[in-house]
Design a protein around this ligand. Sequence first.
Ligand code: ADP
Length: 228
Amino acid sequence: MVIKFSNVTKKFNSQITAVSDVNFEVKGGEFVFIVGPSGAGKSTLLRLLARESLPSSGNIFIDDIDITKIKHKDLPQFRRKIGVVFQDFKLLDDRTVFENVALALEVRNFGSNEIHKEVERMLKLFEIWERRNLFPNQLSGGEAQRTAIARAMIGKPDLLLADEPTGDLDPQTSWGVIQLLNEINSWGTTVLMATHNAEIVNTLKRRVISMKNGKLVKDTREGRYETH
Ligand code: ADP
């Protein structure tokens, strides 16, 4: 898959331009960090790509399809191609680990045998099988994030969007999450991760897109994230 942002601007009102005339291209299988201070426009960029929001102007292409033109009724199908993870996990509190991950397949009308097989495979792969009957508030932050990543990946999306996935985690747990994202990327999944964790960015030496005040200010291979 190829992603292309072409002159993308997102204004929330006359004062706030969250994303300002942004252009970039990402090739299938890339791992890209989106960095920049709080309020730089990172989350807005990812939300635009997930079609949770529409740009004020400009176009966003995935494999030559302009996703800004996708009709409302076709959005669920489009979103199946994309996995999304957040800083605060967004797990359902009244469902177990197993049920949270299974839900992603239930809405796609998979049969129960297949759901069980796939969820088991995913939870074992992400080392949370032992936690399958616990509820989100009984999990550590790392386990909750691994559950959220399992949920995002169970439909085998081509693209994973991660918005500050290590934001609330301690350094060691953060590294576990990053290793997992790296592994997912090694399967061929394109990964875009918004973060302001300079240590992670500078250790991984992947492509870095830097945002500031809504503008894309730097785009470097094996980039570094200078916070000052
Ligand atoms: P980041 O993820 O880099 O912290 P955001 O994309 O969340 O930045 O925000 C960029 C700018 O857009 C900020 O000024 C923020 O306050 C504003 N913004 C984000 N979402 C909304 C919204 N729904 N309504 C109004 N302003 C918003």
